[in-house]
Write a protein that binds this ligand. Sequence first.
Ligand SMILES: [Zn+2]
Length: 297
Amino acid sequence: MRCIAGTTVQGKRRAKSYKIHKVENVSKEEWIRVEGTHKPIVDKEIFEKAQELSKRDIKVSQRTKELSVWAGFLKCNDCGRAMNKKSSTNKSGNKYEYYICSTYRKKSKKLCTKHTIKQENLEKAVLKAINLHIDLLIDTEEMVKQINNSNFQNIKSENVENIIIAKQNEISKISNFKKTLYEDWKNEDITRDEYLEYKKKYENDIERLRQNIEVLQTEKQKYEIKNKSQSEWIERFRKQKGITELSRDILIELIDCIYVKENGDITIKFKFEDELKRYLEYIEYNKGALELDVKAV
Ligand SMILES: [Zn+2]
C-alpha cells in the first residue's frame, strides 16, 4: 500500500479473482495508479463527528478546537514518532495542509528528515488502499469458502491423521518389545550387553517417532482453520466496501497505523493482519482443492 508523491500504487500482492485461485505478485504494469488532485474530502462535519468517536491519542488543535481525523494514526517511518499537522500556502495563494515528522520539526533537523505529505494526497491514498484491501479480503474469504466446501481439505488432514495414528501404534509396539527385553535378559535368553544395546536402540526409535509425530501435528494444523465460519473481522471491512469518504471511526475500525516514508510513500498496517496471514497460508496449503475445482468445471 503505497502513495508516491500523490500517486497511489496499490496491490503489489493481491489475491487474483477467485476464479483463477491464486494469490500472486502483481507486475509493475498492473499496479493501480491514482493521479491528479482534488479538494480535501474530510469536512468540518466529519471532524465534529470524529470528536465524539474516540478518546484515542486526542490532540485537539488549540486554534480550531477540532480533533484531527488522523490523530494517533500517522507515524514517521524512520523515527517512529508522530507526524504533526501544519498548513502552508502554495504559489497560487491557496492554503493547504500537510504533515511533517515531529522529531524534525520540534527536536532536531539532525535526528530525522521532513517526511512531509500533503493531507489530500494522504486521504486519496488511504481511501484507495482501504478499498483494495477490502477487495483482497473478499477474494480471500471466497477462496477459503471454496476450500472448505471441497473434500480436499478433509482428505489432506485425514491422511496426515492416519500417518500419526500409524506412528503412535509403532511406539506402543516398540514399548512392548522394550518391556519383554528385560525378562529376556533375566531368563538369560540374551546377554547383558545385548540387553543394553537393544534397550538403547528401542529408546532411540521411540524418540525419533515422537519427533515425527510432532512435525505431523504441526502439518495437520496447516490444513485446518479453527473457527472457520467466524470471520467477523472480514465483515467489519466488508461493511465499508465502496467508501468514498474517510472518517475517524473508519480509521479506528480498520487501521492500526499509517507510516509515512521520507519520499512520501505510505505503508498501512491494517487491523487483523495476523488473521489475514493465516487465511493466506491456509489457501497456500490447500490450493490443491481450488485446482481440483477448476478441473471439475
Ligand atoms: Zn521522523
